[in-house]
Ligand binder design. Structure first.
Ligand code: UPG
Length: 464
């Protein structure tokens, strides 16, 4: 058995799934661990399909390679050509990948769609840690869902009046629209049933083996939720997006950009400080044609310059969406806006011209907005995003949540109103802009030397 106190031989094996929203926080945590313990060895293991997309020019596509001191060693999950949730089942994926990874021997750090990595770690007698890449509040809601509160949570989530509330141990009262959408699942026919089963297995693994849980959040934001599961050792290690991140996104991106990928950065340079609305709905859910139209019309109606990264739709899981209207991108509409397929989001959010972030509220995006001091218009769609939007709007007060219609789409007038609320001269806008600066400072303090998250990363990296 490897000894945790043997700092110099520490080897951290990060195992994750081939999704952009998982790869980013994992590589960023890996970066923090090597900074905290330079003698640690770090291996990043992604499924072959993700590895190929990150390093498309490798002569031998599945070869291991070292980048900035990290060994990228892919595992086969049985879907080397790519995993398509429309066709494949998450549970099959886990079972196949478990077999493929039995050779690993390390301190294993795994994310939630690869819960099998815990079994591998146990089989080899090495330590394991779950790296939870969504908020602590979401983690605590799921924990309670599988520990005696499932019925109360599901009935609140399914309350037809949408006015229901649920009180869970250690958490503030939550309204139904602040709950992650997975907890509303009650039958195997529902689309997210597979995800609920995967979570059930994950939490059963935690009950049995009680690994450390690292969470991409910070104390000041989620103090209560971080203590809401006292049976587990839960450490806040985020938000894991340091300014000195050694992984340039050209390496971490699963979506490769075309040659004119920098046009929008030059375009941003020509815009006034705080004037541009940046919109992106992440990398997983395709944006419907109707939402695309409403979004563009709403952005036009703000009469502000805007940049929309339409999400690498072609690279989204399932290959899809109906993005014909924006293919090609470039300058659109009245000439005030620009649409790109993909951008380096952190660089865009760091640009002084950007004054508002319209986002689906994926947790990486929400944290990136906060740590770059950009106020948010949240348009949550599914899974953790409703809870993330609650944290953004009600807990931190750094943005507003837009109302969506029955199909989950935000309509043009609502979008325009919400953007104005955040960017305009009204009292609410002034307050939100001040709050986001405060939260940006708090987030950065957590990561700075002696900060709450920095201390936790250092302790974990040293095997304490
Ligand atoms: O043009 C783009 C679009 C996205 N990104 C990056 O891609 C990541 C996207 O992550 P996230 O905002 O979390 O969205 P999703 O990709 O949709 O993430 C999935 O995974 C997250 C972590 O589990 C969940 O919080 C989300 O709900 C889930 O949809 C972020 O780091 C972005 O910076 C870019 O760099 N350029």
């Amino acid at each position: 058995m490897e000894r945790l106190s043997d700092v110099h031989s520490q080897h951290f094996l990060f195992v994750t799934s081939p999704l952009q929203g998982h790869v980013n926080p994992v590589l960023r945590l890996a970066s923090r661990i090597t900074a905290a313990n330079p003698s640690a060895r770090v291996t990043f293991s992604n499924a072959v399909s993700g590895h190929r997309r990150m390093f498309p020019s490798l002569a031998s596509p599945d070869a291991e390679l070292a980048v900035d001191g990290v060994l990228h060693a892919p595992y086969s999950d049985g879907y080397d050509e790519g995993f398509d949730p429309k066709v494949h089942d998450v549970r099959t994926f886990n079972a196949r990948a478990r077999d493929a990874a039995r050779h690993s021997r390390s301190h294993v750090v795994y994310t939630f769609l690869v819960g099998w990595a815990l079994d591998v770690a146990r089989a080899h007698g090495v330590l394991a840690a779950l790296y939870w890449i969504q908020p602590a509040t979401v983690f605590a809601v799921y924990y309670h869902h599988f520990h005696g509160h499932g019925e109360a949570i599901a009935s609140c989530a399914n309350d037809p009046s949408r006015g229901g509330r649920v009180r869970l141990p250690g958490l503030p009262m939550l309204r139904s629209d602040a709950l992650p959408s997975i907890v509303s699942v009650t039958s195997p026919e529902q689309p997210l049933h597979g995800a609920l089963s995967a979570l059930r297995d994950l939490f059963a693994g935690l009950d049995e083996h009680g690994p450390t849980v690292l969470i991409n959040t910070f104390e000041a934001l989620e103090q209560d939720a971080l203590r809401a599961v006292p049976r587990l050792e839960v450490l806040a290690v985020g938000p894991v997006m340091p300014d000195d991140d050694p992984w340039s996104s050209s390496c971490t991106d699963l979506v490769k950009r075309d040659d004119d990928a920098e046009d929008h950065m030059e375009w941003l340079d020509t815009r006034a400080a705080g004037s541009v609305v940046y919109a992106s709905f992440g990398t997983m859910l395709p944006v419907s044609k109707r939402q695309e139209v409403e979004l563009l019309r709403g952005l036009e109606a703000t009469t502000r310059p805007y940049l929309w990264a339409c999400g690498g739709a072609k690279a989204k899981l399932g290959g899809g969406g109906d993005q014909e209207g924006t293919d090609g991108g470039g300058i659109v509409g009245t000439g005030r806006g620009m649409v790109v397929d993909w951008c380096d989001q952190e660089r865009v959010l760091s640009h002084p011209a950007v004054g508002c972030f319209v986002t689906h509220c994926g947790w990486n995006s929400a944290l990136e907005g906060i740590t770059r001091g950009v106020p948010i218009v949240a348009v949550p769609q599914w899974t953790d995003q409703p809870t993330n939007a609650w944290l953004v709007e009600e807990r931190a007060g750094v943005g507003v949540r837009a109302a969506v219609d029955g199909e989950g789409a935000v309509e043009r007038d609502e979008l325009r109103r919400r953007v104005e609320e955040v960017m305009g001269d009204g009292e609410r806008g002034v307050e939100i802009r001040a709050r986001v600066q405060e939260w940006m400072e708090r987030a950065r303090e957590a990561l700075a030397g002696g900060g709450t998250s920095e201390k936790n990363v250092r302790a974990f990296a040293s095997g304490l």
